[in-house]
Design a protein around this ligand. Structure first.
Ligand code: SF4
Ligand code: FES
Length: 292
């Protein structure tokens, strides 16, 4: 179904030649569409000439009769240099179908709320340039997660796994509040955990992981990376580190990882997830080595 193909209106919109020059391509396309000047053929032509991009967006709404069957909707969005996939879906929602539902917030790869499955790969929509994608651009919710509506997935399980690794700094000898002092970290140690601290909880890695897809209890790359951040932090004691490794070496922990690298490939923050998981495996082995 294309929400683009509206009935042509009989009355032509008056055109001010001076104003036309000042309009953005998006405003111009919208005005042309409203005046009925755009039909399917000119839509194709505009797409070929790079004036529009064709996006195919997954739609599903379990609460509305007639929309419970998953489908794709086509939108032809006016293209401007520098446009991202998020810009395109926002335009489609604002101008063509206000019921199109998806999460987004910061628009600068910080909040992690707009990870979608775009042209067959988990990506952040606000970080993905339309010009780099083949058309039609296919936009789907993250695989292996329950779809709530359209592009919105239930992140509950992902957050549970993140919390399972106790993602907060722990120190057995925490001084009284009145004696609190800065806890210094060496520059080398900061460098070691720097990449692991970049996670924005977008869930792209978890969605790309075959192991997580087949084992619902697997902690998953993001949670293991979060545990890495703390386990490798020199400011935590050896006892706490051992406690963390015990969580990680359990049946659904690090040993489930088969080093497929899919998580590392999709992470929008370039975190070397597979490398971190392998390092934790080595730490777990070292912890269990006994010398008689
Ligand atoms: S590790 Fe990367 S892909 Fe996974 S949740 Fe964090 S930022 Fe997203
Ligand atoms: S909108 Fe915040 S990461 Fe994309």
């Amino acid at each position: 179904m294309s929400t683009q193909q509206q009935e042509p209106e009989t009355q032509e919109a008056p055109e001010d030649p001076e104003m036309k020059g000042a309009q953005s391509p998006q405003d111009r396309r919208l005005a042309e569409k409203e005046s009925g000047a755009i039909d399917e053929e000119s839509e194709k032509k505009a797409e070929l000439e790079g004036e529009t991009v064709h996006i195919k967006v997954f739609r599903y709404d379990p609460e509305v009769e007639g929309k419970q069957e998953p489908r794709f909707d086509d939108f032809h969005v006016p293209f401007e240099k520098g446009m991202t996939v998020l810009d395109a879906v926002i335009y489609a929602r604002d101008e063509y179908d206000s019921s199109l539902t998806f999460r987004h917030s910061c628009r600068q790869a910080v909040c992690g709320s707009d990870a979608f499955f775009i042209n067959g790969k988990q990506r952040l929509a606000c970080k993905t340039q339309l010009s780099e994608l083949e058309q039609p651009v296919r936009i789907e919710p993250l695989p292996h997660q329950e779809v709530v509506k359209d592009l919105v997935v239930d992140m509950g399980h992902f957050y549970d796994q993140m919390h399972a690794v106790e993602p907060y700094f722990q120190d057995e000898d925490t001084p009284e509040v009145s004696d609190l002092e800065e806890q210094h970290q060496s520059p080398e140690n900061r460098e070691k955990i720097k990449m692991s601290s970049r996670c924005i909880w977008c869930g792209a890695c978890m969605s790309s992981c075959n192991i997580a897809a087949g084992d619902n209890q697997y902690l998953g790359p993001a949670a293991i990376n979060k545990a890495y951040k703390f386990a490798m932090d020199d400011r935590e004691s050896e006892e706490i580190k051992e406690h963390r490794l015990r969580i990680l070496e359990q049946e659904h922990g690090v040993w489930r990882c088969q080093t497929q690298f899919s998580c590392t490939e999709v992470c929008p923050k370039d975190i070397p997830l597979t490398e971190h998981i392998q390092e934790l495996k080595r730490e777990a082995v070292k912890k269990n080595l006994k010398f008689w």
